[in-house]
Design a binder for this molecule. Structure first.
Ligand SMILES: Nc1ncnc2c1ncn2[C@@H]1O[C@H](COP(=O)(O)OP(=O)(O)OP(=O)(O)O)[C@@H](O)[C@H]1O
Ligand SMILES: [Mg+2]
Length: 245
């Protein structure tokens, strides 16, 4: 498989704090790639570079083999990279379809005047959710009434709406219980079946070995290792992250 995303020798300082001191990341097309590391290892900073939220001081980012300059989050979306932050960025009081199409509403013309195409947005929202095997029926339900797993599905649909080929999920299960975590694992597997590349930031080693194909370990702002999860136990992964051999 060829790499869909490569970050080479990324360095990033915030004043005197060296958040990244030469981080590398190679993500193959279609895989689930976990990003692990202790608190402060640089995971979120690396993701900020890839999602266009921050610019590296040094280092290159390649998408599908081409060097890119991601000046802002819109550049990243245009390159097919969507990031789902831990707060999901949803509007709880708004409906499912309104959240999925937020900032990119579908319109139609009535007597030459543009109006929102509610029916089309509802139909497309249902299609996106079906593609995730999600059982939500009423696209006009408010997001505040959904479970944690369902909210994650809505956030993923918004990324799909932007035609994302790489979806980055920052700690998607951190606030969830066991059953909802399992729902999110299913969503990630389903994305992979649909050909989407997923980058998963997680502190949960069980989730990582259960769902990821590869894992990149950051330590102190540097890439410590990039491993296959074949035969890797959560215990061995934890030790690797903490600095054991
Ligand atoms: N905006 C900022 N200003 C100053 N220091 C920052 C900033 N963002 C991150 N840092 C520092 O950079 C280092 C890496 O932080 P980062 O958030 O990337 O770690 P992380 O691996 O995501 O950690 P966690 O698992 O706790 O989320 C830390 O020392 C952090 O305090
Ligand atoms: Mg973080």
């Amino acid at each position: 498989m060829s790499d869909i995303l490569t970050v080479r020798n990324a360095r990033k300082s915030y004043g005197a704090v060296k958040a990244l001191r030469g981080a590398d990341l190679s993500v193959a097309a279609g895989e689930v790639h976990a990003l692990c590391g202790d608190n402060g290892a640089g995971k979120s900073t690396l993701i900020k570079l890839v999602s266009g939220v921050e610019r590296p001081d040094v280092g290159d980012i390649h998408v599908r083999g081409e060097k890119v300059r991601l000046a802002n989050p819109h550049d990243a979306l245009a390159a097919g990279i969507a990031t789902i932050h831990q707060d999901l960025g949803l509007a709880p009081r708004m409906m499912i379809y309104q959240n999925i199409f937020m900032g990119s509403e579908l319109e139609r013309r009535v007597l030459g005047v543009k109006v929102l195409d509610r029916a089309a947005m509802i139909a497309r929202s249902q299609d996106f959710l079906i593609s995730l095997n999600s059982v939500m029926r009423d696209m006009t339900a408010k997001v505040e009434n959904l479970s944690g797993g369902q909210r994650q599905a809505v956030a993923i649909c918004r990324a799909l709406r932007w035609k994302a080929e790489i979806i980055i999920m920052d700690e998607p299960t951190a606030a969830l219980g066991v059953r909802e975590t399992e729902e999110v694992m299913k969503l990630i597997r389903r994305l992979k079946e649909n050909g989407v590349t997923v980058i998963l930031i997680s502190h949960n080693m069980h989730d990582v070995v259960a769902v990821a194909d590869r894992v990149t370990i950051l330590r102190g702002g540097r890439t410590e290792a990039s491993l296959s999860t074949d035969g890797l136990t959560s215990q061995a992964l934890s030790e690797r992250i903490m600095g054991g051999a």
